[in-house]
Design a protein around this ligand. Sequence first.
Ligand code: ARG
Length: 458
Amino acid sequence: MKLWKGRFSKELDETANAFNSSIAFDSRMYREDIEGSCAHAAMLGSCGIISKEDAESIIAGLGGILDDIESGKLAIDMTAEDIHTFVEGELTNRLGDTGKRLHTARSRNDQVALDIRLNLIKASASLVEKLENLISVICEKAEQYSSAVMPGYTHLQRAQPITFGHHLLAYAQMFLRDIGRLEDAKRRMQINPLGCCALAGTTYPTDRMQTTLNLGMYEFTRNSLDGVSDRDFCIELASALSLVMVHLSRFSEEIILWCSWEFKFVELSDAFSTGSSIMPQKKNPDIAELTRGKSGRVFGDLMTLLTVMKGLPLAYNKDMQEDKEAIFDAVDTVSMCLDTFTPMIETMTALTDNMRHAAAAGFINATDCADYLTKKGLPFRDAYKATGELVAKCIELGQTLESLPLEEYKNICEDFDEGVYEAIDLDRCVAERKSAGGPAPENTLQEIKRIRTMLTSE
Ligand code: ARG
């Protein structure tokens, strides 16, 4: 049954009805729709816009509908126009005329704007929790591998020694920023559009602060046109979620590389790997690959939202119904990725011997060798040049800086002595990188502590 049928003499065409209906994707907001309606009814009652008795019956009736949906007694009618229509229709079936009073001083335009906000506030909180979970798993791993030396890369070329723990903690920083962005987006979701009505407010003496506080929000929207036509909060969330996916995707990419025979830095648990139907030797990092791939969906959702909104005149336009599939898909995709990615990291083991082996082979202690000369008083540029010559010598002789005899060192620069071997020892190179934010194991352990305190104090 259509809410707006008074003006119309013909039933809506079946195809047009299916095209117009949003119930398939907005039924997931049934809780928020009922919550918002209860707050609205309570306000109507206390402002004397409807009687107190009617308000109470409406609130009780909505409670009954909620219980019946949750218990499975009441199935949501998938031919309804949307969730708002369904709930109001069901209320009227149950309460008769009293049910029909609920929509006084309200429109589906402010109703839907509220419902999405309430839904996304919860979704954001749940995603923050999942990110916190991932960060604590990363911290555990980083602690375990705080002194596991590996090569750090630039241009995917071995560059300088770091530890696996330090590398992992880089991702913890990204996910911490993601939490910050989600919290920030959430703050702007907590502004209540209910009471804007269709677009121009109402002549009834409503109390918008009452519904605002009742719904646990802290402020109401200050312009009725903006209140019903603003979907910035969806775009902000999709943008924050796109960055989450960028981070998950980069992490995935590294895991995929590390799982290759070329690197063999990590081993994923069999429970988070898959095989090939033809090649019996294969163990594939499908979870990481799918996570990397799904980033595209979330970026697509963000583009959908931006494009839907960019040319809309004020205030509500039906185009805006397209917001929900996009933002819900982004929320569901990120949620699913985090649910799978986190235990994959938790059960991943580092092959620390292979990491060390790789670290020993790429002259990644060359900077330390130059620094050694610099600390003896040589200007850095001269030290850099001498070390470059040493590396060339090593390559010519098939040696490493560690195995090159002191004689060869001295041939290139008189200032070298026995001490150089200690200075280029990989463990020492890492341990001495104590500059703030650097990879020294003691820094890593301290940073883990700091992150853990931040997580528990939230
Ligand atoms: N299903 C609609 C949406 O998601 C609800 C608002 C409908 N409002 C309207 N004036 N037709 O946007």
